[in-house]
Design a protein around this ligand. Structure first.
Ligand SMILES: *Cc1c(COP(=O)(O)O)cnc(C)c1O
Length: 359
């Protein structure tokens, strides 16, 4: 006897990266937060909070923020949907598009699958399991070529492609994404959580294809993971279905105001991203000099394989020393660590810790 649907009993909950209590003395390189503070303009706004913002319900469409995105990215304001973190938009996409049997129904209804290449962001699987919807996971080859044929054959109601991908850091070439969008009948959601640290974007595809949505977040590039704000860009015809599903007041008034200020301060965001990119190059080099294999990354993290010792014990030893990195106990990743690019000082402390562990 259970209080829950069979799908919920059968699934494992998403395990977020550890979040130590504020004030804990720890170097936190495990959840890809930006090491620099949010835009001073966003902080200034927060200090001058107007009580009217809180007395009233917020704008259900966060139009002020959409206008700021429109000005920054050159896409029309009505091509934008705002989410409580891009995680909420992933959830809305799956709730809008996917369904399948929850194991209790025979015969199973519907066959609207969730498809993505592996390894990638684990939340896609979790959200599909909650729905529930059948998942098809198509493995990437060793060189992270997009397996277009297999993805198309899997026939997803929605296909997720993270680019830059986590935890690998690779970017999927625009031509591959275009080919995928052309060939699938369902939606292609391109998750660009790390685009602010990358050289390319798939944004032009939303003009070409009605079935493409590009997802962005303020959590990484804009240093606002605690604010919970993300957005999607797509043709209004695609957005119309998603607007029916999202909560009416999904973005609170403070987030709208602070997020708008941050979005209007592109210069600050770009300056921080440039620093992170320079630090990323140095961190990768330092890790390679210590014998790690490091994948080229266009995110604010690197995926590193220690050549001696094992990744899990290294993760635990670093934690002992007050440095948190991400370890995934899953096939293909169990010999690797995903390390967020911190400030140069934090990265240096990590390298020193790794040297001390070698001795
Ligand atoms: C961090 C991350 C997100 C989540 O972003 P939020 O806006 O904080 O919900 C989405 N996708 C990927 C690939 C991420 O790494």
């Amino acid at each position: 006897m259970s209080y829950f649907r069979p799908a919920i009993d059968a699934m494992t909950g998403y395990i977020p990266g550890e979040q130590p209590k504020p004030g804990t003395k720890i170097i936190k390189l495990n959840t890809n937060e930006n090491p620099y503070p949010p835009s001073p303009k966003a902080m200034e706004l927060l200090q001058n909070l107007d009580s009217e913002w809180l007395r009233r319900y917020p704008d259900p469409f966060a139009r002020e923020f959409c206008q700021a995105v429109s000005d920054a990215l050159g896409v029309p304001a009505d091509w934008i949907i705002v989410g409580n973190g891009s995680d909420e938009l992933l959830n809305v996409l799956i709730r809008s598009c996917a369904e399948g049997s929850d194991g209790a129904e025979r015969p199973p209804k519907g066959d609207r699958k969730v498809v993505y290449p592996m390894p990638t962001y684990v939340l896609y699987r979790t959200l599909a399991a909650i729905q529930p919807a059948q998942v098809v996971e198509v493995p990437y080859s060793a060189n992270f070529q997009l397996p277009i044929k297999e993805l198309v054959a899997a026939n997803g109601a929605i296909t997720f492609i993270a680019s830059p991908n986590s935890p690998s850091g690779h970017v999927v070439p625009l031509d591959d994404l275009r080919e995928l969008a052309q060939q699938v009948s369902g939606i292609v959601a391109i998750d660009e959580a790390y685009v602010d640290f990358a050289e390319d974007t798939a944004l032009p595809l939303v003009q070409e294809f009605q079935n493409v949505i590009v997802l962005r977040t303020l959590s990484k590039g804009y240093s606002l993971a605690g604010l919970r704000m993300g957005f999607g860009v797509a043709n209004p015809k695609l957005l119309a279905g998603l607007f029916k599903v999202k909560d009416s007041y999904n973005i609170d008034a403070i987030a709208i105001a602070v997020g708008t200020a941050a979005m209007r301060d592109q210069a600050y965001k770009n300056a921080c991203a440039d620093k992170v990119k320079i630090s990323r190059t140095k961190l990768a080099l330092d890790l390679k000099n210590l014998g790690f294999t490091v994948l080229d990354s266009q995110g604010n993290f690197v995926l590193a394989t220690p050549t001696e010792g094992n990744a899990e014990s290294l993760y635990l030893a670093l934690k002992e020393l007050g440095i948190l990195v991400r370890y995934y106990k899953q096939p293909g990743l169990e010999d690797k660590l995903r390390i967020t690019v911190g400030t140069d000082e934090q990265n240096q402390r990590l390298i020193e810790a790794l040297v001390s562990l070698k001795e």
